[in-house]
Design a protein around this ligand. Structure first.
Ligand SMILES: C[S@@+](CC[C@H](N)C(=O)[O-])C[C@H]1O[C@@H](n2cnc3c(N)ncnc32)[C@H](O)[C@@H]1O
Length: 325
C-alpha cells in the first residue's frame, strides 16, 4: 500500500499511533500545568500544543472548553491525519466532538489569503483575557478573533494608555483598542480594511462597556490612511502597528512585503507621532529581518521574546519592538 512514491518521512499509520500517544500525553501535561493558573488569572484562551515535537507539526489552542486543532500543511501526512489527531486531542482533554474545530495552515503566509471567510455560522461566544472580554468565532474564519500570543503586549499597551491618543493600525478585531480604552486612552483610532473586523472591534468595545464617541473606526487601506491622516493633521501619542506579512490592495494601488517595506511604513507612522510618544511594531513573519537604521527614533528596544506568554513555546511566534519617539 505504501510504496516509494510517498514523500520522504511520510507519517505511516504506525507512526500516527506513536504521534497520537505523544500528543495526548503532552496535551494532558500542559493542561494540568496551565489550566488552574490561567483560570485564577481570568485567562480563558491559551496554547496547549505548539509544534512541541518536530514531527508533530500542529498547534492546539484552548478556548474556554473548546479546542482549535491546526496542522501546518505538508505532503508527509495523509488526508485522515488531522481529524485523527483532533480526536486524540479531544479525548486527552475530555472535550466533546462538537467542540473541536480543525484548521489547515500554510507555513508560507504568501500562499493564501489569511483573513477570508470559511463558513458563515455566525456563532460567536465571549471569552475572558484578564480584565477584558472578547468575542471569538471558531467556525467562520481561519483565525478566531483573538491572538493570545499578544496577551502580554496588550497589558503593556493598557498600562501606557492613560490620557493618550492611540492609533491601532491593521487593528483586526480591536483587542488592542480595548486594552488602550480600558487603560484610560483619551481617544482611539482603529484602522482596518475589513468592515467585518471593524464591526467586531466595535462589538468588543461594547462588550467591555468602553464604546463612546472618543473611539473612531476607520475602514481604509492602512497606507492610504497614513497619507490622508498626515494631511489632515491627525497626531497620536501611542500606537500599535501589526501588519500582515504581505498584502496587495489593487483599488488603492498598494502592495506590501513586510521584509522590504517595513522601514517606510514605520517612517510614515512616525510622521503622525508626537515627540515623546511610543510606537509598538510587531510582526509574526517567521523570517523577518529588521532594518531600523534609518528610523528617526530616540530608542528602539526589542521586547520579544520576553513578552511572549509562557504557554507559547515558539519564542519566535511574533517579534515586537518598542520605538520611542
Ligand atoms: C495580523 S492582523 C492584526 C492583528 C491585531 N493586531 C491583533 O493582535 O488582534 C492583520 C489585519 O490587517 C488587516 N489588513 C490587511 N491588509 C490591510 C491593509 N492594506 N490596510 C489595512 N488593514 C489591512 C486585516 O484585515 C487584519 O485584520
Amino acid at each position: 500500500m505504501y510504496n516509494q512514491k510517498l514523500p520522504k518521512g511520510f507519517v505511516t499509520p504506525e507512526k500516527v499511533v506513536c504521534q497520537a500517544e505523544a500528543l495526548s500525553s503532552t496535551l494532558r501535561k500542559h493542561f494540568r500545568h496551565f489550566s488552574r493558573k490561567f483560570k485564577r488569572e481570568g485567562i480563558d484562551c491559551f496554547r496547549l500544543y505548539d509544534w512541541d515535537a518536530p514531527d508533530i507539526r500542529m498547534v492546539v489552542d484552548w478556548y474556554a472548553g473548546r479546542i482549535v486543532v491546526a496542522e501546518y500543511e505538508r505532503l508527509q501526512t495523509g488526508p485522515e491525519y488531522l481529524s485523527q489527531m483532533a480526536s486524540v486531542a479531544a479525548g486527552a482533554l475530555n472535550v466533546s466532538p462538537d467542540k473541536v474545530y480543525i484548521r489547515r495552515r500554510h507555513t508560507n503566509t504568501a500562499r493564501g489569503p489569511r483573513y477570508t471567510k470559511i463558513d458563515s455560522s455566525g456563532k460567536r461566544f465571549e471569552v475572558r483575557e484578564l480584565t477584558l472580554r472578547f468575542w471569538v468565532n471558531l467556525s467562520d474564519y481561519l483565525d478566531t478573533g483573538l491572538y493570545s500570543d499578544h496577551r502580554n503586549t496588550r497589558v503593556i499597551i493598557g498600562k501606557l494608555s492613560q490620557g493618550k491618543d492611540f492609533l491601532n493600525l491593521f487593528a483586526y478585531t480591536g483587542t488592542f483598542t480595548c486594552a488602550a480604552a480600558a487603560g484610560g486612552a483619551k481617544s482611539t483610532v482603529t484602522v482596518d480594511r475589513s468592515r467585518t473586523y471593524l464591526d467586531w472591534a466595535k462589538d468588543n468595545l461594547v462588550l467591555n462597556g468602553l464604546w463612546g464617541k472618543q473611539h473612531t473606526l476607520v475602514q481604509s487601506d492602512a497606507i492610504t490612511y497614513l497619507h490622508n491622516a498626515y494631511s489632515r493633521g491627525e497626531r497620536f501619542t501611542l500606537a500599535f502597528v501589526d501588519p500582515p506579512s504581505f498584502f496587495k490592495d489593487d483599488s488603492a494601488r498598494v502592495s506590501f512585503d513586510i521584509n522590504l517595506d517595513h522601514p517606510e511604513l514605520i517612517r510614515n507612522v512616525l510622521k503622525l507621532m508626537q515627540p515623546g510618544s511610543d510606537l509598538f511594531f510587531s510582526t509574526n513573519h517567521q523570517r523577518f529581518t529588521p532594518r531600523f537604521d534609518d528610523i528617526p527614533a530616540k530608542q528602539i528596544i526589542k521586547l520579544t521574546p520576553k513578552t511572549i506568554p509562557e504557554d507559547y513555546r515558539n519564542r519566535n511566534t511574533h517579534n515586537c519592538w518598542h520605538i520611542k519617539v
